[in-house]
Ligand binder design. Sequence first.
Ligand code: GAR
Length: 198
Amino acid sequence: MSNPIQLAILASGNGTNAQQIAEYFANEPAVNVNVIIYNKKDAFVATRAKNLGIDSQYFNRKDFMETDKVLHCLKDRSIDYVILAGFLLLVPQNLLDAYPNRIINIHPALLPKYGGKGMYGHNVHDAVVANKETETGITIHIVDQHYDRGTTLFQARCIVAPSDTADDVAAKIHLLEKEYFPRVIEAFVLNKPMPKQE
Ligand code: GAR
């Protein structure tokens, strides 16, 4: 069998998606979660990485934006694809150039709605509820030099009930993320058909 495809996960916070991806691919010999890279020193994702037995590395904003440190880390580890799982910095050009069409992101809304700078995590769910949306969902897309703009690979939807709070919406979104993000990554990197929302 050929060598497993090497993934790097980039995250900024809690890391539930990073954990779900790592657990999913623990049973998939063709894909290896090689490293979890994070940009906030106290991010809980570092604890999750330790518990999962996956290497983790911290780089600050300056390392990302003004140096090639992250790029060297990815190259030293022979990383094939970069997965953004709750990563809140704009991806710098040196990484985009090194990984064209090989960086993907999950966004907790139906892009192009509720995307762009400042639209992350709970801010998105607050806006969805404030605007009385009747549905929302997740978008998994290729990353380019703009926030939340690259080609869409997959979307899944859920209903927003009139009584739903932003926390209720967040819970529905987390279920969709758990169900689909690892499977979409698998389909993308192994060139298989995308899942369809049941
Ligand atoms: C996830 O809901 C993800 O979709 C969102 O941040 C959360 C991270 O949660 N990403 C964005 O808003 C990107 N603009 P996690 O750290 O527990 O995986």
